[in-house]
Design a protein around this ligand. Structure first.
Ligand code: ADP
Length: 271
């Protein structure tokens, strides 16, 4: 679905490389998290996926399309939608349904088809009842869900979330993470850039970026087991794993857990 083949990138010919020799492969339906300290190159990598940036060296293919082919860029952006940090910057209309309709209108679809796509997309983010509301009256989490609906209305195969929860309060973050997991369960490929380690735990596979390179990659359990290396890269192990490890060392038999609710459930089942 997404392949990076020895990709390097610099913003300015006079500046050093911001990404160096990145190779990776993301399969259809994957849920991949990208973590790393500030400035490690996560956002740059995300923008390379949907051709907002073009590699300085190497090649990127999205659904077989090369991001270097200008003729393919439109197709790539249709298939790979992006959700950014600030929900306010992504709202383009003054009524929710007009906002969500913006993409399909640009595709030149018939009015009835647009209506259908808007309704489906709003259902997909549980926001149908807000269809005629002005987006600026909504909470941050709700606005992000409208932005996600805008992407869904394009029927994407991939959604890239670039720190999409970082401006939200905990309940807004949870709303967006719930939607994200639901979309992944429906088969949409998810690339989640986040500085919340708990969010990365939800992914199937984690890439850790450091100074423009992929420093580590593996399942969340494999990655967060490497505490020393993470600390050296200014990253923390999620609290839930620290707590579980502590309990295990003190003789509490626990299966690996990623979510508080699961830990509580396991603890309650102990005899
Ligand atoms: P992250 O998302 O991990 O915080 P970024 O991809 O935003 O990292 O940034 C990687 C590096 O590229 C940083 O050194 C940053 O200063 C630099 N950078 C980011 N955007 C630009 C830009 N538009 N022009 C020049 N340098 C940039």
């Amino acid at each position: 679905m997404i392949t990076f083949d020895h990709v390097s990138f610099r913003y300015d010919p006079d500046q050093p490389l911001v990404l160096t020799d990145i190779s990776l492969q993301i399969e259809r339906g994957d849920f991949v998290a990208l973590i790393g300290h500030n400035g490690s190159g996560k956002s740059t990598l995300a923008k390379l996926i949907n051709a907002l940036l073009i590699p300085t060296e190497g090649d990127i293919h999205v659904l077989g399309y090369s991001t270097k082919e200008e003729a393919d860029v439109w197709a790539i952006r249709q298939h790979a939608g992006m959700i950014f940090q600030n929900p306010d910057n992504q709202i383009v209309a003054s009524i929710v349904e007009e906002d969500v309709a913006f993409g399909p209108e640009n595709l030149g679809l018939e009015t009835s088809l647009i209506r259908e796509r808007v309704d489906r997309a709003l259902d997909g983010v549980n926001m149908r009842e807000f269809v005629t509301r002005p987006p600026h009256m909504l909470s941050g989490g709700q606005k992000q869900r409208i932005a996600i609906a805008g992407v869904l209305a394009m029927k994407p195969d991939i959604i890239i979330f670039d720190e999409a929860t970082s401006m939200l309060d905990p309940s807004g973050r949870q709303e967006v993470m719930d939607i994200l997991k639901e979309l992944n369960a429906q088969g949409i490929t998810i690339v989640l850039i986040t500085h919340f380690m708990e969010e990365a735990l939800q992914a199937d596979y984690v890439y850790v970026m450091d100074q423009g390179r992929i420093a580590l990659s593996g399942s969340p359990l494999e990655i967060f087991d490497r505490q020393e290396e993470l600390t050296a890269m200014n990253l923390e192990v999620p609290e839930i794993l620290v707590l579980t490890e502590y309990l295990k060392q003190h003789g509490v038999p626990l299966e690996p857990v990623f979510e508080q609710a699961d830990l509580v459930r396991q603890l309650c089942q102990l005899k």
